[in-house]
Every structure is written in structure tokens, then in C-alpha cells.
Design a protein around this ligand. Structure first.
Ligand SMILES: *Cc1c(COP(=O)(O)O)cnc(C)c1O
Length: 810
């Protein structure tokens, strides 16, 4: 690694010549960007190679996830390597602006939202803590769509993120794995042993691309995110076998093969119900496990010891086919007996559940599944059969338990049931969520396998979302308490010493103001809207979803607007309401809410009596990079889901560590945020999870009654359809109907009055800057427990049984 500016400049200009084939004067911005990445990559790889040879048999963790929402890497890796200043200065000497190079990078769109972002935070913390932990995913050619807002409507544009290539990845064709689909299974008894021979299958070549994962101040641990790309098996191979008469030329056509890694499903809330999705799931699971078993066998032949060296984590149900696939490898390829193979399999896998939304629990029609994966289906049948046998012996007469836990039922395969049965650990992602799993969603499983269940509250990477995204606040914190918090987020607690320090609190407010100006600049550049930095920034950014209740926030803004129209003297503070988030392309309701937000924004903006007090913006194309500007600029963090529905949330944690005060329901990790900061530093309202679950069970909720009992609410709901929104009055009828005709499934009307009350208390608190800044400080100080370092330590100790390092001091 270079120690000074001069040696960096030398290395960089050399690299331009050697890897880009240009001299500095002729280099394009892309050449300059590319050369910098090539240089960093070289450093990272040589650090890995030169690192002290550690115990080769150290246990590895493989994190299987359909999504990794990585965000940009260049800036972050410069910070991690401690090179930001040297590189910035060296480039500047060469007349290159680092900021310009940073703009060359795209967000890899390999995820939808919270689930994919969690996986990315976990990769960072594993690398930081010295855990050999690798990601396993698909190299989607097209990632999550880009969202454009045109005339208030969401439009989806394909995210061709690989157009210019992804300079961080390294293709490893020699590590390709063949994955087999379709065909039939011949069962033969050879020497008294049953053999299962898969014939007439279609082969797909899975080619890995590795992205190096390295964290802060720990260059010895460079892990991999392995992304699998689907390619057709080279034809000369087929020809040879064909000439020998071994296989029929049934390889699927090229484009059909490539479609497997073509596009990320832009819907994280319901199974796409398509064969292609199932193909994707089996594809990356089979490729990942194939390469894990192969590299294990290279080091050690004893499969009985597999689980001493390997832990595989199943992030949500999408990678659940890991379980029958490992059984297939162990039984069919390695010749193990079923019982022995099952013991290894169960002790290999751990599973995280991310949602209790029934429509998001995956199931596959048996007919489709059997046709696509005939041998895997047979194995699932056998797993199901043995599970049933076990239940009948252990819990005779308990048909209720059997009903609720069957893997095969009603012509469907239930992936969550397979995942729970086939794993040694099942965790929820916040304390409340885990309790709901135990008591409700997986209660039958909890009665059978209580010992498997545990909680691992989510966390976020504070080095990305605070240290790197919010340099102003980071400097202030480090001035106050030193830099220990970067490696140990719990140290943020020391900030509490400043809770009465007027000077420090004013500095905090200044940083917030500067961050608001940065967000204002971003919005003005991208959307040509000008915002007021002295207004209160009230932000709700997350996927658009009925249960996340962006609608409740809209109703609140309509309430404030109606208040202003009645009496323009009611406000002595102006408010900016910022929304952002993508709606799944087929999710009509969510898209209508986007249109509603934009219609309201327009209406207020055109009203001279209101527009100096209220502004509403919908931020286009919310992604990690936009988030890195938004989270630091928020005064208020809106976390207002229907209690019980938001498993954890991680946006809530990112806002909190950047000093926003939460306005939220008692859902997901909000409950733990409240435990951390106390009611005095947070605004909580609405139905509890228990109340929502009771309403749903007893069916006693009548939204119509709530509507009739509250005249202000009635007026607002009527405005959705009575011409108040001139250009679009019929459009919002779906929302109106959801609230009244369909009895308001997400209890928006029920929580409205409490939400308004909570917002009024918040308004009052905001009018006392010193008190408000103190609340902000307490939120930052208590956010350490929500670092993904804490979460990963808990996974390492409690689930994977691997050792995490204690970072050395600087
Ligand atoms: C953190 C994050 C999310 C998750 O936000 P929630 O508020 O927890 O739903 C979604 N998208 C992006 C880009 C994020 O960074």
C-alpha cells in the first residue's frame, strides 16, 4: 500500500498505461475511474495473499441471498483502506477530481430493498470481524428497474447496470459449475443399492464472478461476493458426448439459458409464481453448493466433518432448495445413507425469516416443480414423508401440528416449512417479529422444534451510513469522543456526556443544516425543485407498500393543508415532507399512492397561501446512493407501518444514527429503538401488534365507524374522490375503496387520530431547538446497538459458531 502521495501518483499513472492502455492526457473519465479501481483491487488481493497464513480449516460462512443491495463501492473502499486523503490529493495533483471519478460508478441494482441491503451490511460486518464469510447470489444482467416520475406517475426503465462492465468483478470461468434442469430420473438397483440416475436433462453452465469484500481497517480479510451468471454449455462438449452416444442434444437454447440470470424480480412481496423465478432459485443454490462441496473436498475428504468447516445461511425462503440439493449431492453423488446425509444437511443450514405477510410466503405448484427439478422433487417427497412419520410417532393425534407444518400440501410445496424443518436454527429479525413467529406464524413448528428458534435483531453498517455518508457528523462525533466508535459502535454512548452542552448541540444542528443543503442540492439538480433548509425535514423513504402506510402520512399532510386553508396563521414553522421508494410494477395500489403524493405536492405548491409552510416532494429512484444523502438530512424518520407487519425495518436504524427522531408505530425494531431512547426521545402512536392481531382474529374492526366518528378525517377521505384533486379525481377511488369498501386492511383510519396527536407533540418539541437537538443526540448515542457488527457477532456466536475478531486499537 502506498504511504504517500508521490507513490500513489506513480502507481496510478503506471496503472493507466498498463491496464487502460492510455497515458494520462488521453484518458477518458471512465479510464481514470477504471484504473483507480484496478489499483485498489490489486492492493486488496495482494493484502489477502500476503496475509499471515491462518488456519486453513477455519470455518466458513456462506450467506445465500437472492439479493445484495451493495451500493457504490469506490468511496467506501477508499475509506476502508484509509486512502481517501492520499488518493484525493494525488489525483488533484494530476488535475483529476475524485468526485468526478466517483460519479462514474453505478449502483449495482442487485436487490429490491431492505432484505438485499441487510445482506450487504452483513457482508461488510463479516469482513470487519475477520469472519470468512462469503455471499452467494445471481449476477442479474438487469438489476432493479430505475424509477422515473413522469407527470406524477412511476415509469420503469430497465437498469442496464452492466452496460460498461462492473470493474470490481473478476470472472472465474475455471470455477464454473453445471446445473441440470428437467429430464427424468431412472431408478436402478445396483448391487443391492438404489441408484438415482438423472437423464435427458438440460445443462446450464453457471459461471462465477467474484466481487472482493473488504471492510474498515482489516485488509487481511478479503471475502467474496460470488455472483453466478447463466451461460449455455459450450457446444463442442455436447458434440463429443453426442458422438459417443451418451447424451441427446437437449441443451436448452442459448437465450433460454441466459434468461435465468437476466433480470432481478422487482417484486419482493409476492412470489412471482413463474417458472423462471424457480429456475433462478435452483440455479444459484445448485451452483453455490456445488462449488462449496468441491472446494471442501479439495481440502478434506471426510464429509462427516462437513459442518465443522461450513455453515450456510438461507436468507429468506428463496435459497431453501439448498436443503434438498445438499441431500442430492450427499446421497446421489457421494453415496451416503439418507440418515447420515440428513444429519449433515440439517446441521449445515440456518434460516432467517423476514416476513409474516402471507402472500410473501413462497410456495410452488408441484406439477411445475416436478417437471423442472424431477430429482429434487423426489427428495422433497422423501423429506416430507419422513417428517410426517416423525410427527405421527412423536405427537400422535396432533393433526393440527401436521396440517400446519406439512411441506407438501394441496398440490403445493411450502418453502418456509421446508426451510424450518431442514435447518438447525430459525431466526426472526427483531424481538417482536420473533415473538410473532413463535406465537403465530410458526407456532406449530415452535411446539415441535422450540430449540431452533432465536432472535437476531437486524443491524446496519454504521461505517457506510454514518462514517462515510455523513462526514460532518462523523467529524463532530470524533471530536467529542475520539474515533473508537468507528470500530465499536457501542462507544457512541459516550456522546451522552454532551446532552447539556449547548455548544455541542448547536454544532449538531449546524451539521444537520449542512446535510439538508446537500440534499436540497441533489433534489434541485435532479428534479429542479427548490426546498427550504430552515423547514423541518420529515422523511419517509422505503419501498412503496400498503402495510408501510405511506398513505397515512399523506392523510396527515392533507390534514395540515386543510388546517392552513382554514387559518393561515396556525403555522410558525415550515415543513418539508419527503417521500421516496419504488413500487413493484404490477402493484397498482402502491403506484396510485405515488401519484397521490405527487398530486398533493402539486396542489400545495400552486397554493400561495400554503406553499411557504408546506412542501411535498417525491424523490425519484430511491436507492442506496440516494439514501446516503437522505438519511443524514432528515429531522424526522417516519416509521408508521401497521404494527406486526414490518418485521424489523433497517431504514429506522439508519435515520436514528444520523440523528433523526422517529415518529412511528410499535412495530419491528421500532420497539427496540424505544427501549434504547425512551419515550422522551421518540414519538410513538397507534395500535400495537397484539391489537392488530386480535382485530384480525375477531374481525371486529369497522373502518366505516371510524370514518363517521371523525369529521376531519371524513373530509380528508372524501377529498380523495370529490374533485379536490382536479385532474385525477377518479384515479384515487381505489384508495378510497380500500379504506371504506374493503374495510381498511392496514388500519390507516384507525391510527389516524393518534398519528395526528403524535405529530402535534412532535411539532411542539421541534419548536424548542435545544431540546430537539438533545433528542437527536440521544438517538445517535443509543444507535450503536443497531450496528450490523452487533448483529453479526450474535450470528457468529449463537448460530454459525465461528469466532469474530476483536478489532485492535489504532
Ligand atoms: C435501508 C434501505 C431500505 C430499507 O428501508 P426500510 O425503511 O427498513 O424499509 C430500502 N431501500 C434502500 C435503498 C435502503 O438503503
Amino acid at each position: 500500500m502506498f504511504q504517500d502521495i508521490a507513490s500513489f501518483k506513480q502507481a496510478y499513472t503506471d496503472k493507466l498505461v498498463k491496464s487502460e492502455g492510455v497515458i494520462l492526457e488521453d484518458a477518458s473519465p471512465w479510464n481514470k475511474y477504471h484504473a483507480l479501481i484496478a489499483l485498489l483491487q490489486e492492493i486488496m488481493i495482494s493484502e489477502r495473499v500476503l496475509a499471515k497464513p491462518r488456519d486453513k480449516n477455519v470455518k466458513r460462512v456462506y450467506y445465500f441471498s437472492m439479493e445484495f443491495l451493495m451500493g457504490k463501492l469506490l468511496k467506501y473502499y477508499l475509506v476502508n483502506l484509509g486512502l481517501e486523503e492520499i488518493v484525493r490529493a494525488g489525483l488533484s495533483d494530476l488535475n483529476i477530481d475524485l468526485e468526478e471519478l466517483l460519479k462514474q460508478e453505478n449502483d449495482p441494482g442487485l436487490g429490491n430493498g431492505g432484505l438485499g441491503r441487510l445482506a450487504a451490511c452483513f457482508l461488510d460486518s463479516m469482513a470487519f470481524l475477520g469472519i470468512k464469510g462469503h455471499g452467494n447470489c445471481i449476477r442479474y444482467k438487469y438489476g432493479m428497474f430505475e424509477q422515473r416520475i413522469i407527470a406524477g406517475y412511476q415509469h420503469e426503465v430497465a437498469d442496464n447496470w452492466l452496460r460498461k462492465g462492473f470493474p470490481w468483478e473478476i470472472r472465474k470461468p475455471e470455477k464454473a459449475v453445471t446445473v441440470k434442469f428437467k429430464g427424468n430420473v431412472k431408478v436402478e438397483n445396483i448391487d443391492g443399492k438404489w441408484q438415482f440416475i438423472h437423464e435427458n436433462y438440460e445443462s446450464v453452465l453457471a459461471v462465477p464472478y467474484d466481487v472482493p469484500i473488504m471492510s474498515y481497517d482489516n485488509p487481511e480479510t478479503v471475502n467474496n461476493l460470488r455472483l453466478w451468471s447463466a451461460e449455455s454449455v459450450p457446444t463442442e462438449l455436447d458434440l463429443e458426448s453426442f458422438n459417443r452416444g451418451e447424451i441427446k442434444p437437449t441443451n436448452a437454447s442459448c437465450s433460454e439459458v441466459e434468461s435465468i440470470s437476466y433480470v432481478l424480480y422487482p417484486d419482493d412481496s409476492s412470489p412471482a409464481g413463474k417458472e423462471l423465478r424457480l429456475k433462478q432459485e435452483y440455479f444459484f443454490v445448485a451452483a453455490g453448493l456445488g462449488s462449496i462441496v468441491r472446494s471442501y473436498k479439495k481440502k478434506s475428504a471426510a464429509l462427516a466433518d462437513f459442518t465443522r468447516s461450513v455453515a450456510v445461511h438461507i436468507n429468506d425462503t428463496h435459497p431453501t432448495l439448498c436443503i434438498p440439493e445438499l441431500m442430492r449431492i450427499l446421497v446421489d453423488e457421494e453415496g451416503l445413507a439418507w440418515e447420515e446425509a440428513w444429519k449433515i444437511t440439517v446441521n449445515t443450514f440456518s434460516f432467517t425469516n423476514h416476513t409474516i405477510m402471507p402472500e410473501a410466503l413462497e410456495s410452488w405448484p408441484i406439477d411445475m416443480f416436478r417437471n423442472l427439478l424431477p430429482r429434487i422433487y423426489m427428495i422433497i417427497e422423501e423429506i416430507d414423508r419422513r417428517f410426517l412419520e416423525y410427527l405421527q410417532q412423536r405427537f400422535p393425534g396432533r393433526n393440527d401440528l401436521i396440517q400446519q407444518t406439512r411441506i407438501l400440501r394441496d398440490g403445493q410445496i411450502f418453502m418456509a416449512n421446508l426451510a424450518v424443518f431442514g435447518s438447525y436454527s430459525v431466526n426472526g429479525v427483531a424481538a417482536l417479529h420473533t415473538e410473532i413467529l413463535k406465537r403465530e406464524s410458526f407456532n406449530a413448528f415452535y411446539q415441535i422444534f422450540g430449540y431452533k428458534f432465536n432472535n437476531k435483531t437486524n443491524g446496519v453498517n454504521h461505517r457506510r451510513f454514518l462514517l462515510t455518508a455523513n462526514p460532518g457528523l462523523s467529524h463532530l462525533i470524533t471530536e467529542g469522543i475520539g474515533s473508537g466508535w468507528i470500530k465499536n459502535a457501542e462507544a457512541l454512548k459516550q456522546l451522552k456526556a454532551f446532552h447539556n452542552d449547548s455548544n455541542f448541540l448547536e454544532q449538531l444542528a449546524k451539521v444537520k443544516y449542512q446535510n439538508k443543503r446537500q440534499l436540497i442540492q441533489l433534489i434541485s439538480e435532479k428534479q429542479n425543485i427548490n426546498l427550504d433548509p430552515s423547514s423541518m425535514f420529515d422523511v419517509q423513504v422505503k419501498r412503496m407498500h400498503a402495510y408501510k402506510r405511506q398513505l397515512l402520512n399523506v392523510l396527515k399532510i392533507m390534514y395540515l393543508y386543510n388546517q392552513l386553508r382554514d387559518n393561515s396563521a396556525v403555522f410558525n414553522q415550515s415543513y418539508t415532507f419527503i417521500f421516496g421508494g419504488k413500487a413493484a410494477p404490477g402493484y397498482h395500489y402502491a403506484k396510485t399512492v405515488i401519484k397521490l403524493i405527487n398530486a398533493l405536492a402539486q396542489k400545495i405548491q400552486k397554493d400561495p397561501a400554503a406553499n411557504q409552510f408546506l412542501q411535498v416532494v417525491f424523490l425519484e429512484n430511491f436507492n442506496v446512493s440516494v439514501g446516503e444523502v437522505v438519511y443524514p438530512a432528515a429531522d424526522v424518520s417516519e416509521q408508521i407501518s401497521t404494527a406486526s407487519k414490518e418485521a424489523s425495518g433497517t431504514g429506522n436504524m439508519k435515520f436514528m444514527m444520523n440523528g433523526a427522531v422517529t415518529l412511528g408505530t410499535l412495530d419491528g425494531a421500532n420497539v427496540e429503538i424505544r427501549e434504547a431512547v425512551d419515550d422522551a426521545n421518540m414519538f410513538v402512536f397507534g395500535l400495537t401488534a397484539g391489537e392488530v392481531i386480535r382485530y384480525n382474529r375477531e374481525r371486529t374492526y369497522r373502518s366505516w365507524d371510524v370514518y363517521h366518528a371523525n369529521s376531519e378525517l371524513q373530509c380528508i377521505v372524501d377529498q380523495l374522490i370529490n374533485g379536490f384533486f382536479e385532474e385525477a379525481s377518479e384515479e384515487f377511488r381505489v384508495i378510497y375503496d380500500s379504506l371504506l369498501l374493503y374495510n381498511d386492511e392496514f388500519f390507516v383510519l384507525q391510527d389516524f387520530a393518534a398519528y395526528i396527536e403524535a405529530f402535534k407533540s412532535l411539532q411542539a418539541a421541534y419548536s424548542h431547538p435545544k431540546e430537539w437537538n438533545r433528542m437527536s443526540l440521544i438517538n445517535i448515542a443509543e444507535s450503536g446497538r443497531f450496528s450490523s457488527d452487533r448483529a453479526i457477532r450474535e450470528y457468529a456466536d449463537g448460530i454459525w459458531k465461528v469466532r469474530a475478531r476483536i478489532p485492535r486499537d489504532r
